[in-house]
Design a protein around this ligand. Structure first.
Ligand code: NA7
Length: 584
């Protein structure tokens, strides 16, 4: 018989909110709700706080957005007492920061570690979520807040004979806390995504030999890590509030000099080159914002692709290896670009070898190592940097059931559907932080987290002030939001790649562009408008009495100014996708 969480009596008094996950999202949510006098608790699968930075301890792991911006801005004292040592903080420092935040706000007393939420069922009669964990603990709560992270569940990738390998197999996302010493070892690594691109240079410097198994090359830009740039530090220290506000008032949630007007295709080649060189020299994601047409017009994108291909050739001595490392199957920026420290130059080392799995597919693991269709590779250790079941993985692994026992997995059978990336129709009082349908992974996560946490906290204050017991996205508003998410991405090149944004890295996962590509600034304005219109699109109840029953979603801010010459491409794509209203 199914152990239905909804059909048992509660062991304890219901709490106001249960938060799942003690990463940056869960920690700030807990702090915020406590400040509002609410009784909130957190359940966390790991033994400590930090989420992504707790789990991903692989060598070379560091943040890709400057730490000045990838840090909390909600508390001025917290902000002023912490100093980042580098432009892009390494994992260990980020974890120390997470620990500091937890201690600073005394969060740990309300976090239950080493515990995974396994089920959460909505009890309509009681207007409560009944939650179960793998430790047998049960909690009833009025609000369930999923702060489960977008990249927290590794893909179930498996290879024939994996268990027969006699050496250790390490996953980048589950790295041993005590670290790994690869000195003198022959190491193989599978994957060339962001995790691999960060770890390969570090492992190569330590190991006797490193073999990199690549299926698809990715674009990577140099971090040029080092001390925080003087100009940024000055701007930040002069007025941290203004600096934070400027970061949040951008599409990506960080300052990137995004150019919304100049087209690469209409600019003189010398000027294009100078601009790309300037941004490449600055490092990180800055090149993404060089021109307004790169993300839309294939011809403009090709200019940046060619520029990066040239940079790869300039760094890699062997032209055949450089060619193999050059992406050819997707436009630049349509998969999450990587930021590296010495990645391409690592392939000039005599102890590093690149294996092209497209030309010579991996056949099987065996006791000695890995056999491809071409030959046997012997290893002492193997690293799997094979990615995550992104955005939905951590949510749909929980047995989540809403109104009428409807499962989230069924509701999301054709891809995740949400209203504002914050709530799901039929799942009252359940919020997602940086969930599918929100800007999340396309942005500086900390700024997106702050925006979500503050919106949810305000929403809960409003409910409590009006003695309302539940809030739920209406099916109509959810459908309208899904359409808007599609409208935002369809004009761009983003759907053209087999990316994890599209669910393409997990066999059987529905193909759908999951994050909201309209930008954090626009998105924030939409969320604020929705709240200001008494939570437009939400059904609000007091017990079983419906107090407000809004089925519309009308809160679109004005369209951004897009250069006129891009409109034909945009209209063509929207029309082909059936998203363009027919003109008279
Ligand atoms: P990614 O970016 O999803 O990269 C995973 C890599 O693993 C990618 O190169 C994959 O190649 C490769 N992969 C996955 N499965 C296989 C199999 N079966 N055989 C060979 N190669 C495989 O994950 P990361 O952890 O690097 O980065 C995730 C995000 O974290 C990143 O985007 C940042 O936001 C931070 P494929 O491309 O599928 O051919």
């Amino acid at each position: 018989m199914v152990n239905s969480a909804a059909h048992r009596s509660s062991d304890t008094q219901p709490i106001d909110a249960l938060i799942v996950g003690a990463g940056f999202a869960g920690m700030y949510m807990l702090h915020k709700l406590r400040g509002q006098g609410m009784n909130a608790k957190v359940v966390e699968a790991g033994s400590g706080v930090g989420g992504t930075w707790y789990w991903n301890r692989y060598p070379g792991a560091r943040v890709d957005i400057q730490s000045l911006e990838y840090s909390f801005g909600f508390d001025e004292r917290l902000e002023s007492e912490w100093r980042w040592s580098e432009r892009y903080a390494p994992q260990a420092e980020l974890l120390r920061y997470a620990e500091h935040v937890a201690d600073r706000f005394d969060l740990k007393r309300d976090i239950r570690f080493d515990t995974r939420v396994t089920a959460a069922h909505w009890d309509e009669a009681a207007q409560l979520w009944r939650v179960e964990t793998d430790r047998g603990a049960r909690t009833d709560c009025r609000h369930l807040i999923l702060a489960t992270g977008c990249l927290s569940i590794p893909t179930d990738v498996t290879f024939p004979g994996l268990d027969t390998f006699k050496g250790p197999i390490y996953r980048t996302s589950r790295w041993p806390h005590e670290g790994v010493d690869f000195s003198g070892q022959r190491v193989g690594i599978i994957g060339t995504g962001s995790s691999a691109i960060q770890s390969i240079p570090v492992i190569a410097a330590e190991a006797a030999h490193l073999t990199v198994f690549q299926r698809t090359p990715n674009y990577s830009m140099p971090a040029h890590n080092g001390p925080i740039p003087h100009a940024d530090f000055e701007a930040w220290s002069k007025d941290p509030r203004a600096y934070r506000a400027a970061s949040k008032d951008t599409g990506g949630g960080f300052q990137n000099e995004a150019n919304a007007t100049t087209l690469a295709t209409e600019t003189a080649p010398d000027a294009v080159r100078a601009e790309l060189e300037r941004r490449w020299a600055w490092g990180g994601f800055r090149i993404l914002g060089a021109f307004a047409d790169t993300g839309i017009d294939p011809a403009a994108n090709r200019i940046v692709q060619d520029f990066i291909a040239e940079k790869i050739r300039a760094q890699v001595a062997d032209p055949a290896v450089a060619d193999l490392l050059t992406p050819k199957d997707h436009p630049f920026g349509t998969k999450r670009p990587c930021v590296d420290t010495g990645y391409y130059a690592t392939f000039n080392r005599p102890n590093v070898e690149l294996v092209d799995l497209r030309a010579t597919p991996l056949k099987a693991f065996n006791a000695q190592g890995i056999a491809t269709s071409a030959r046997q590779y012997d290893f002492d250790a193997v690293v799997l940097a094979t990615g995550f079941d992104a955005m939905t993985g951590a949510i749909d692994r929980i047995d989540l059931r809403g109104v009428g026992g409807r499962r989230i997995k069924d509701h999301w059978a054709e891809g995740p559907r949400t209203y504002l990336g914050l709530m799901v129709a039929g799942f009252p009082n359940m919020f997602t932080i940086t969930g599918p349908g929100s800007p999340s992974v396309l942005t500086n996560m900390i700024n997106s987290i702050e925006q979500h946490v503050e919106w949810i906290a305000d929403c809960l204050v409003s409910l409590s002030r009006h003695q309302q017991t539940s809030i739920e996205a209406s099916a109509e508003a959810e459908a309208a939001w899904c359409r808007h998410v599609a409208e935002a991405v369809t004009p761009t090149l983003l759907p053209q790649a087999n990316s994890w944004y599209m669910g393409a890295n997990v066999p059987g996962k529905p193909r759908m562009f999951m994050p909201y590509a309209g930008g954090l600034h626009r998105y924030t304005e939409i969320c604020n408008q929705v709240a200001a219109k008494d939570y437009e699109g939400f059904i609000i109840r007091q017990g079983d009495r419906v107090l407000s029953d809004s089925h519309v979603f009308t809160s679109h801010p004005p369209m951004p100014d897009i250069p006129a010459s891009l409109w034909p491409i945009i209209i063509e794509r929207l029309t082909a996708a059936g998203l363009m209203p027919a003109t008279a």
